[in-house]
Design a protein around this ligand. Sequence first.
Ligand code: CMP
Length: 135
Amino acid sequence: MSERTLVIIKPDAVAAGNAGKVLTRYEEAGLEIVAMDLRTISGEFSDQHYEEHLERDFYPALREFMTSGPMIPIVLRGEGCIATVREINGATNPANAEPGTIRADFGESGPRNAVHASDSPESAAAEIALWFPGL
Ligand code: CMP
């Protein structure tokens, strides 16, 4: 089934000049770009995006990082794209990510892991509505 997912090329990957290389991985997997923007977010917006993590011990550092500079939110579309994107991204912690994945190649640490992607159809719908209302 064709589905949509929200990906964010995070501030670390944008600042390092890796945005194009990251985007190429998704395009080479045959995924279609439906929407894309360069955006710097507020702390309040980060709180909305990471609502389920607000009480986690790592969240203050993640919030500071996510508001530190521009990032690139993207809506991708394709058959089974939520799972495909998560495979291309690799494990959340770059130290555990398979070689050849985006996080292994471009991530640095827990928060600075190059990309975010929706983890389910429900989170994809909520995240797309938050970042690209009306899409
Ligand atoms: P992301 O896919 O954006 O979704 C939640 C984010 O929280 C995750 O990527 C990481 O950046 C961050 N994160 C998750 N677990 C940890 C952790 N144990 N330590 C630091 N950051 C984490």
